[in-house]
Design a protein. Structure first.
Length: 117
């Protein structure tokens, strides 16, 4: 019985396993964590932040879920476009006050939230 093919195949498998182990030892185990942290810093859109922003600035008049309060309009089924919503947030209109203290990114996050109601 010729054991050379089996021995050759076992040797190749051993070399492959060793290469994988060596590669893993040389790779930073926290590389993915660092990459995710950098991406989250580059894209600061955090769902908790925009909900806090909405709750603080909008929910008193427009309701917790955009359903409207009293004579204040519901945001749930708004027919306004993205730019129109942003303009209302920045400049106000009718009975709505303006929010000039919000950054453009915060306004954008609020518009996206309103569009999801």
């Amino acid at each position: 019985m010729n054991n050379k093919p089996v021995l050759f195949f076992a040797s190749l498998m051993l070399i492959a396993v060793l290469l994988v182990v060596i590669y893993q030892l040389q790779t930073d185990p926290f590389q993915n964590v660092s990459r995710q942290t950098q991406q989250s810093q580059a894209n600061p859109h955090n769902a908790d932040d925009v909900i806090t922003l909405y709750t603080k600035n909008c929910s008193v008049c427009h309701g917790k879920f955009g359903e409207g309060q009293g004579t204040n309009p519901a945001l749930k089924d708004t027919k306004l476009g993205h730019d129109e919503i942003a303009n209302f947030i920045r400049n106000g209109g009718n009975e709505m006050p303006s929010f000039p203290n919000l950054t453009p990114d915060q306004v954008h996050q609020l518009v996206e939230l309103v569009e999801k109601f």
